[in-house]
Design a protein. Structure first.
Length: 462
């Protein structure tokens, strides 16, 4: 039996040893999911009752789940508790959508061809779902991928990140306790090779992926004909601080958005363009705020930024920072490793536009400040990459907020807030190489349903 170990990202202590699932188990799950779909979904009242009980069970165990999130994923405990609460709210959201789900009437009787007919649509589950998830929100991402499948009546196989499988396992076991028959949701602990075989199987109706663009687009290219998908990748989120902004008020949210979970968030603040008239004062205050970030053990309540998920990520981030400094960037704070697993919160000032920190997702505790004089130039620089997810602008002018939000190439533009703002019922989508499709509980549920239209020729009904 082949196994793998789960380690604490902070001190590299062993948390668990788990067995990989076999190809035979995956085949059984796929065939079972295929057969379940053919038989039809669990009755809607049963699905609602399961999800309602799951919310109570998760609420009762929020502290335990938060501790697991902090241990395996290194998210600071305070933020891990927020993630647990978001997971509860996400299940509630799915219940609300499920209760309000309806088809729609299709107009008939408006010309000779449609006269004497009535038509409507109804929603049906799309079929077996495979969910491949990321490490950075090990509970809430699973909620976003698996709970919509349970709600819509789709059997689902979930493959969590190998570094953070325990939260996923805990949630699925909680669903079983809430009454979900086990065959409707399975956790797959797989090697990369076996994961690809699972994802590309023709019995998969919908594939939901959260992770790197390289892996996501590769898997999409290998999907069986007919398999639908949604991909959520990352970005290098831009912020524009206009000359008229209350820039002192902007500093706290920008620091939170840039260094939350040590920058390991797909919409983390990364590139901050500040008008030259306020640049020096903004820089000094921002650097001071970053230098005050409490870095350390994620299980300590006072910790604001913990380690990166793997030591090799610390090495990569340091290489990118060193490269930027070598070609001219100023580094007024950070720029060094604290330990094998922890990197110091870092600010780079005016790095080269060609440097990795300016062109690729850092996914670490680093933000970049750039001075600008012309608004359209700042917008052009913000829009210059092949990734586009969420962006933000700080301004005290309604006209400016509209001007910037209309021109920034992003799926969402936050005005006077950081780029990582999210509530779980809003659409969440990357443009271009940042993703495909739209996330968010209601939007994912819509993807996992398919419409069937019924047309009744009323003259034939007695």
């Amino acid at each position: 039996m082949s196994t793998f170990k789960v380690y604490s990202p902070y001190d590299l202590s062993e948390i668990a040893e788990l067995a990989y699932n076999t190809a035979e188990e995956v085949e059984h799950w796929l065939q079972t999911a295929h057969d379940l779909h053919k038989k039809g979904p669990l009755p809607k009242p049963q699905r609602i009752a399961i999800l309602e009980k799951a919310t109570k069970l998760l609420t009762d165990s929020r502290e335990s789940f938060a501790e697991t999130i902090a241990k395996e994923g290194a998210k600071p405990l305070t933020d891990a508790l927020v993630e647990a609460d978001r997971a509860v709210a996400g299940i509630h959201n799915a219940i609300e959508v499920l209760k309000s789900e309806t088809g729609r009437e299709i107009p008939m009787g408006i010309n000779a061809a449609s006269e004497g007919r009535m038509a409507y649509t109804r929603k049906e589950p799309i079929g077996p779902v495979v969910a491949v998830s990321a490490f950075n929100h090990p509970l809430n991402l699973i909620v976003h991928q698996a709970i919509p499948a349970v709600a819509t009546g789709c059997p689902v196989i979930v493959k969590p990140a190998e570094t953070t499988p325990l939260s996923c396992i805990g949630l699925v076991e909680l669903l079983y306790e809430a009454g979900l028959p086990e065959e409707w949701c399975q956790v797959a602990l797989l090697t990369n090779e076996d994961s690809e075989k699972l994802v590309t199987d023709p019995r998969v109706a919908f594939f939901t992926f959260i992770g790197s663009a390289r892996v996501g687009w590769m898997l999409r290219s290998k999907l069986a004909p007919g398999t639908r998908c949604a991909l959520e990748h990352g970005g290098a989120a831009p912020v524009i601080v206009a000359q008229d902004a209350d820039y002192e008020a902007a500093i706290a949210p920008l620091v939170k958005g840039g260094y939350y979970h040590a920058g390991q968030v797909c919409v983390s603040v990364q590139r901050i363009f500040v008008h030259e008239a306020i640049f020096e004062d903004f820089k000094n205050k921002y650097v001071q705020a970053v230098s005050n970030i409490k870095v350390g053990d994620p299980l300590e309540v006072s910790t604001e930024a913990g380690p990166l998920i793997l030591p090799r990520e610390v090495e990569r981030v340091h290489q990118w920072v060193a490269e930027a400094i070598e070609v001219g960037a100023e580094c007024p704070v950070g720029g060094s490793t604290i330990s094998e697993t922890v990197y110091s919160p870092t600010v780079l000032v005016n790095p080269s536009p060609d440097a990795k920190v300016s062109t690729q997702e850092i996914f670490g505790p680093v933000t970049c400040l750039y001075s600008y004089s012309d608004s359209d130039d700042a917008i052009e620089r913000a829009n210059s990459l092949d990734v586009a997810f969420q962006a933000s602008v700080f301004t005290s002018s309604l006209d400016q907020s509209i001007y910037f939000s209309e021109r920034l190439d992003a799926a969402a533009v936050m005005v006077n807030d950081h780029t990582a703002f999210r509530v779980d019922w809003m659409p969440f989508a990357g443009r271009r190489t940042s993703g495909h499709g739209t996330g968010g509980i209601p939007y994912t549920m819509e993807d996992m349903w398919q419409d069937k239209m019924v047309v009744i020729k009323s003259s034939a009904i007695r």
